[in-house]
Design a protein around this ligand. Structure first.
Ligand SMILES: Cc1cc2nc3c(=O)[nH]c(=O)nc-3n(C[C@H](O)[C@H](O)[C@H](O)COP(=O)(O)OP(=O)(O)OC[C@H]3O[C@@H](n4cnc5c(N)ncnc54)[C@H](O)[C@@H]3O)c2cc1C
Ligand code: FES
Length: 284
């Protein structure tokens, strides 16, 4: 059992941050890696990235958006409640080296995934330019931590309520035009359309780019094939070959299609969960 030590509800109640006691995972975790957890005995396994780790405290931090049954169930847990099991660290760590100037772009909860990678590039001595975005100011997450891990930092909101009025791709293009060949790498993590459009921009400028693919996963160890993605015409398993891949080779259309494969079942599971919660509230 993995005890929840802290809980913070962010972004208009739609995003939750949990610090969890998991000393063995915290001791081994590297940027870019994730865990697969099961809330209770009958729960499904879901992958979540470690947004932060503290090997001294023996904790990992996850930040997740409530999008369906399992994330809603996870949100219902309070401090000192326990998560049934957590497997990790999983996935191939981000290859972090000193390269020069690196641009890190994050959208929505993708910023949680981007944070340890940004910090890793910064600690390796790179000049890190970060650009984060959200639909509106109240949905932005991890602004302070991202700022701390960056040499230059930009915020964008779709509605103009904070920072640049527009998309992260606008600021990305501005920076690439200004800096040219000084930029050695870009890392873009967020919703699939955002990663796709960022990757189109960096391709125009010839900047090698990594994206983190949120394919549907079951075992997370390369056994079931559920997380298969097409990269450069080859089939890869996001859980073991990734989750990060060369953005310019990823089949984003195929990924989007696979992510919606179980929408009717996911809706049904959420409806059943909401009905159960409503009955419990009424004391039935
Ligand atoms: C490597 C990896 C890291 C991730 N890190 C984060 C993170 O740090 N924060 C965060 O908010 N989200 C993260 N996700 C996405 C997260 O796993 C899904 O949002 C979660 O599984 C949804 O479960 P649900 O039951 O609440 O929603 P559901 O209603 O079951 O599903 C909603 C949508 O989530 C996706 N999804 C559902 N089940 C899975 C699954 N088993 N594996 C992957 N995706 C699934 C599908 O696109 C689905 O349409 C990550 C995904 C991957 C693959
Ligand atoms: S989740 Fe089963 S092979 Fe990747």
């Amino acid at each position: 059992m993995y005890k929840i030590l802290a809980k913070r509800v962010l972004a208009q109640g739609t995003v939750v941050e949990n610090e969890i006691e998991a000393p063995r995972i915290a001791a081994k975790a590297k940027p870019g890696q994730f865990v697969i957890l099961r809330v209770n005995e009958t729960g499904e396994r879901i992958p979540l990235t470690m947004a932060d780790t503290d090997p001294n405290r023996g904790t990992i931090t996850i930040i997740y958006q409530v999008v369906g049954k399992t994330t809603a169930l996870l949100k219902s847990l309070e401090v000192m409640d326990a998560i049934m099991d957590i497997a990790g660290p999983l996935g191939t760590p981000t290859p972090i080296e000193k390269k020069g100037t690196v641009i890190c772009v994050g959208g929505g909860t993708g910023v949680a995934v981007l944070h340890p990678i940004t910090r890793g590039f910064h600690q390796a001595g790179n000049k890190v330019i970060s650009i984060i975005g959200a639909r509106t100011k109240d949905l932005l997450i991890m602004e302070d931590k991202m700022k701390k891990a960056s040499d230059e930092f930009y915020v964008c909101t779709d509605d103009g309520s904070y920072g640049h009025h527009g998309f992260v791709t606008d600021v990305l293009r501005e920076q690439l035009t200004k800096l040219g060949s000084e930029v050695k790498e870009a890392v873009c993590i967020g919703p699939v359309p955002m990663m796709k459009f960022c990757s189109k921009v960096t391709e125009e400028y010839g900047v090698p780019t990594m994206v983190s693919l949120n394919a549907i996963m079951v075992d997370g160890t390369g056994m079931c094939g559920c997380c298969r993605v097409q990269v450069g015409g080859e089939t890869k398993f996001a859980c073991v070959d990734g989750p990060e891949f060369d953005a310019h080779k990823v089949d984003f259309e195929g990924l989007s299609k696979r992510l919606t494969a179980y929408v009717p079942q996911e809706r049904q599971a959420m409806d059943r969960y909401e009905q159960k919660c409503a009955c419990e509230t009424k004391g039935k």
